[in-house]
Each structure stands twice: as structure tokens, then as C-alpha cells.
Design a protein around this ligand. Structure first.
Ligand SMILES: [Zn+2]
Length: 63
């Protein structure tokens, strides 16, 4: 009986770790894809923007 309790605990912990790592990667990928920081005023702007909407600075570059 003790053996089965240990097996269940290990499976539950494994599932929790799997769920937490999946959530982390999803959040990181969406945050990186949609916005970037303006190099002039450090405001958050669209990743595809060529001109910053806050300071009108020309934003060139990738990432
Ligand atoms: Zn700016």
C-alpha cells in the first residue's frame, strides 16, 4: 500500500512541474512577440512599429 501512495505522489508532482513549465513558456513567447521597448523613451510599443507612437523616434531593428 505504501508503494502505491509513493507512486501517486510522484505522478502528481510530475504533472504539476509539467503544467508550470508549459505556462511559463507560453507567457514568455507571447510577451516577446507582441511588444518591444522603444530605444529612445523606453515605452512599450508594437513589435512591428517603425516609428514610436510616444516620442516619434524611428525604431529600427529586430528582436
Ligand atoms: Zn519612444
Amino acid at each position: 500500500m505504501v508503494f502505491w501512495i509513493i507512486v501517486v505522489v510522484i505522478v502528481v508532482i510530475g504533472l504539476l512541474i509539467l503544467a508550470s513549465t508549459r505556462k511559463k513558456t507560453a507567457v514568455e513567447s507571447t510577451a516577446v512577440k507582441t511588444h518591444k521597448e522603444c530605444s529612445y523613451c523606453n515605452e512599450e510599443i508594437e513589435i512591428d512599429a517603425a516609428v514610436c507612437k510616444y516620442c516619434r523616434g524611428i525604431v529600427v531593428g529586430s528582436s
